[in-house]
Design a protein around this ligand. Structure first.
Ligand SMILES: [Zn+2]
Length: 102
């Protein structure tokens, strides 16, 4: 035989727990602001090997514009270098063509 006192205790306990859970979930933020993983750097630095003097230096390329073709002078020998930069669909994957510009 169950005593009325036992049932009352059980009901009170479960109701209290449900209220606690509800409060906990209501107060906690669902999303962290600023936690967007898709925030990537806008530029990337790649090593360029000069086709004139074979020295290497770092050059900056813009991401998000697809392909970038430009001519710049080697900081060592001032030789003109044609750079063909292409960002791949995969993150951190780039295609870079380096050749003499004359
Ligand atoms: Zn050079």
């Amino acid at each position: 035989m169950r005593s009325p006192q036992h049932n009352m205790q059980s009901d009170t306990s479960s109701a209290f727990n449900a209220e606690q859970i509800d409060q906990t979930f209501g107060l906690e933020p669902v999303f962290e602001p600023g936690g967007d993983q898709r925030l990537a750097p806008l530029t990337v630095w790649l090593d360029i090997c000069c086709p004139h003097c074979w020295s290497s230096y770092a050059s900056e390329f813009e991401l998000g514009i697809g392909a970038e073709n430009r001519i710049e002078d080697c900081p060592q020998c001032c030789g003109p270098i044609q750079l063909n930069f292409q960002a791949e669909a995969e993150p951190d994957q780039y295609r870079l063509g380096v050749e003499r510009a004359y």
